[in-house]
Design a protein around this ligand. Structure first.
Ligand code: SF4
Length: 334
């Protein structure tokens, strides 16, 4: 199964410009230098209805911060977020609460995100109650319908989260997100905690729901195979910035940025004789407290030139919507 077809003419549902999140840390009262973690550093993106944008990168690259800033679960330091044309970051609290119905999140650890003392029916019904969408028999009917949509039965409503497998718990998390009728879902490593065979079932469920309901997904994962399966477009992040963004087929067939190429070289392949010949990643991600000057990937990049140490490469879009931030390997022109 591949990702459902999405219209290229549709106006963006979610847009971000220059999205930035810096966390001041430590330093103390007498410290001469104020320290700042640059978790997110000027990210631009646009997402259309029915589209999945995959976000990949090593841990600590800012993927989850990006998802939370888009939903305003974390207040960005700077930048702009628009949902359906409305400025999310300046919305008063009451309007934001209403908008939250349309913007939901699915978490990585389905067990930790479900209250162990609540029955599944009550967990799924919570959003329906908070937003006053239904009560009594109608609420019960909606919960049963949601459980059925995610492949569970109405009998599961009276059970507790610990009575379910990991895959079933993630289905409950998806039902909870769907309960309030969202249009945009941030899926933050939603299958990382699941066995391989269960991963495919949950991914296919997400794609079915997208086709039925026209949902837009920001799909965050460190696993490039999973992202390839579900995404229409993919953005690669490194130290709080997008370094490459392209339609899925272009990115996997012709990765340009040395970081993307190194990530792909590290993906396990069924037959090692067919492993692409690309330089694997060396070293660790530098601290976002003191990101390297110029291109922040330069200490790990085998192609670094003198200008890479001083000049920050801009993310420039070339042919086919393929954008790259690199001095040496720019976006393709045809
Ligand atoms: Fe490597 Fe330079 Fe490109 Fe950065 S800008 S990825 S250091 S070649």
């Amino acid at each position: 199964m591949s990702a459902p077809i999405v219209s290229n003419d549709a106006a963006p549902l979610v847009e971000a410009r220059g999205l930035t999140k810096h966390y001041p840390v430590g330093g103390g009262f007498f410290a001469r230098e104020k320290l700042v973690v640059r978790a997110l550093d000027g990210v631009d993106l646009a997402l259309r209805p029915g589209e999945t944008l995959g976000i990949v990168g090593e841990s600590g690259c800012g993927k989850s911060t990006l998802g939370r800033c888009l939903l305003r679960l974390v207040e960005p330091t700077a930048g702009e977020v628009r949902f359906d044309g409305r400025d999310v970051l300046t919305l008063p609290a009451a309007d934001l609460r209403r908008m939250r119905r349309a913007m939901q999140i699915i978490f990585q650890d389905p067990y930790a995100s479900l209250n162990p003392r609540m029955r599944v029916g009550a967990i799924v019904a919570e959003g329906i109650e908070v937003h006053g969408l239904a009560e009594g028999a109608e609420k019960r009917r909606r919960v049963e319908e949601l459980l059925r949509q995610v492949g569970l039965g109405s009998e599961h409503a009276d059970r507790y989260p610990h009575e379910f497998s990991g895959g079933q718990r993630q289905r409950i998390g998806i039902a909870r997100a769907l309960a309030v009728g969202p249009r945009f879902i941030v899926a933050d490593e939603p299958v990382s905690a699941l066995d391989l065979s269960i991963q495919a079932q949950v991914l296919n469920l997400l794609m079915d729901l997208q086709e039925q309901m026209g949902l837009a997904y920001l799909f965050i994962s460190h696993d490039l195979r999973v992202v390839e399966h579900i995404s229409h477009r993919v953005a690669v992040m490194y130290l709080g910035r997008i370094v490459e963004r392209a339609p899925r087929a272009l990115l996997y067939a012709n990765p340009r940025h040395p970081y993307t190429r190194a990530l792909l070289a590290a993906v396990p392949v069924a037959d090692p004789r067919h492993r692409p010949v690309r330089a694997p990643l060396q070293g660790d991600v530098p601290s976002p407290l003191k990101p390297p000057s110029g291109c922040s990937f330069h200490p790990r990049c085998p192609y670094a030139e003198p200008r890479c140490r001083s000049d920050v490469p801009a993310l420039v879009e070339g042919a086919g919507g393929h954008a790259v931030a690199c001095h040496v390997f720019p976006a393709p022109t045809e």
